[in-house]
Ligand binder design. Structure first.
Ligand code: PMP
Length: 331
């Protein structure tokens, strides 16, 4: 039995997450599919890593001083990660989010002690958009830094430095492919770069939801979105600084129905309660495994806990209102 040693700092609880063989997906793909359990981070998502790296980077560059404030425009997981890391380091956090976001997320951010600023939903080109509002607030607030997760490459560095080497070691250097969806693109680009540094033959694939523009960008060089998705935290329409130079070899596009099918199967057959981006990632990993063949070993990201979506993904009325299939046990 391997027992983890005691840690001397709660921030060391971020990262070093388990990697697990997913039985159903492996059977379906005819090869080995592994999931990186990012829901095991203290904030229950992959974004704790980006939050820690962004705050540490701001400290090292002398931008964040004791008693300072971290400001970010985000609807969910990044805000939760930033609020927790800010608490642990003695900073305040101000999170700007569109008022259309779920009640659960607002309640969670308030519960963690973040100052919540709600703004009306607006297109990105509108100066009132939550991202621009957060930048302005950071500029106007004494001692504040703007986390800027989309274009601050400390985000993807978290995955170059931690997620990729963990996956490499956990798979004993025997990994043929990696895939995940992109929100900021930090995970895809960072894990891709980190794995390629070990072995440039590892195939890196984008798994895109509908409604995002990256599938077409990597397939034919055109940033063009088609369809839509209810998945939160993924689906990007531009090449963020974190996505620049991402070593993407191939791409898949996965529907919400297919992602939800894997959310349901992973819950009922393997006891994992996950969000929709995890289901979409697993469906993409199965596609990649099929492409790479029966001896292949493929890894993907289980991005966050399903407990964050009890009033949506795991709620009959909500699923029906979106025209999505209702899980058998919720009927
Ligand atoms: N899944 C969920 C649930 C997320 O919140 C995010 C973060 N936006 C992602 C996936 C994608 O991560 P990244 O920002 O590194 O692309």
């Amino acid at each position: 039995m391997t027992v983890l040693p005691a840690l001397d700092d709660t921030l060391k609880l971020i990262g070093n997450t388990p990697l697990v063989l997913l039985k159903g997906p492996s059977e379906e793909a005819g090869c080995e599919i592994y999931g990186k359990c990012e829901f095991a981070n203290p904030g229950a998502s992959v974004k704790d890593r980006a939050a820690l790296w962004i705050i540490r980077d701001a400290e090292e560059r002398g931008l964040l001083k004791p008693g300072g404030t971290v400001v970010e425009g985000t609807a969910g997981n990044t805000g939760i990660g930033l609020a927790l890391v800010a608490n642990a380091r003695g900073y305040k956090s101000i999170i700007v989010m569109p008022e259309t976001q779920s009640r659960e997320k607002m309640d969670t951010l308030r519960a963690l002690g973040a100052e919540l600023v709600l703004v009306p939903a607006a297109p990105y080109k509108n100066p009132g958009h939550f991202v621009h509002t957060s930048r302005r607030l950071a500029e106007e607030t004494e001692g504040a830094v703007w986390a800027n997760q989309f274009d601050n490459t400390a985000n993807r560095k978290a995955h170059i430095d931690s997620t990729a080497p963990e996956i490499w070691q956990q798979m004993d250097g025997r990994i043929d492919g990696f895939t995940c969806a992109a929100g900021t693109g930090g995970t895809l680009a960072g894990v891709g770069m980190g794995l390629k540094a070990h072995d440039e033959n590892v195939t890196i694939a984008l798994t895109d939801p509908y409604g995002a523009a990256l599938y077409n960008y990597y397939a034919c060089g055109e940033l063009k979105a088609e369809g839509s998705s209810v998945a939160e935290g993924i689906g990007q329409g531009r090449i963020t600084a974190n996505l620049e130079g991402a070593p993407v070899d191939t791409q898949f596009r996965i529907s919400d129905e297919e992602g939800l099918k894997w959310v349901a199967r992973l819950l009922r057959e393997e006891g994992l309660c996950l969000g929709l981006s995890s289901g979409i990632n697993v469906a993409g990993a199965i596609e990649l495994g099929r492409k790479l063949g029966s001896k292949s070993r493929v890894a993907t990201i289980l991005c966050d806990t399903g407990f964050r979506y009890l009033s949506s993904l795991y709620n009959r009325e909500w699923l029906e209102s979106k025209g999505l299939p209702v899980f058998d046990w919720l009927r």
